[in-house]
Design a protein around this ligand. Sequence first.
Ligand code: SF4
Ligand code: SF4
Length: 227
Amino acid sequence: MIVATLKPIDEILEKASSYRRILVLGCGTCATISDWGGMKAVRQISEMLRMARSDRMQTHDLKEFVVQRQCEPAFLDPLLNEIRSIDAILSLACGVGVQILSERFPDITVLPAADTHFIGTISNSNVYREYCRGCGDCDILQTGGVCLVARCPKASLNGPCGGEDEFGMCEVDPKERCVWIQIAERLTVSRREGFLDKIVTPKDWSRSRSGRTMRIPDDGITDESES
Ligand code: SF4
Ligand code: SF4
């Protein structure tokens, strides 16, 4: 999932204060799983907008809606009715959702309500952790399904740096166990210890997010949304 968090409510209210007719728009996938992008969150934010405005003796004209995914243009068709007579969309989605809305409805201001952080997951203790950095050359079979690019601060591809403490915690990030210990455990339990002897060759970084917009397929054709 894309991990994002809601901006501070004061910032959201400030951004929305210049607009009267607002569509508060949730996103039914990652943002809903994260508990801040579904209908419940849409209603809570709408209520806060109403209260903020009523303090100033003015009212917001608010609509509330949730689409399955703001990041896919095909899911935005149901909005064609909703966006009639609105000044702005307050988007409860990641940065991709905000950009796709802006492309699809260029005459309407899209206000981002969230800060987008990384690709990751949520643990039992409600902590979000980065698990993938989208390097474009995935070889985590070699490492027992553990990503070194995203989870080792030194991206140490061919073994531990040796800096872990006596409890096996990472020297750079003492809140996390050294990923190489986790890799060794994973490969041992699955009887693939032999992988630890293999030299991991350098990644093909031309397929990574190294300073350009990633496209798939990358055939050099620019589609109309990019022109
Ligand atoms: S190796 Fe690359 S693609 Fe695979 S999980 Fe790690 S960052 Fe993501
Ligand atoms: S202690 Fe382990 S996880 Fe931390 S930087 Fe070194 S190899 Fe990577």
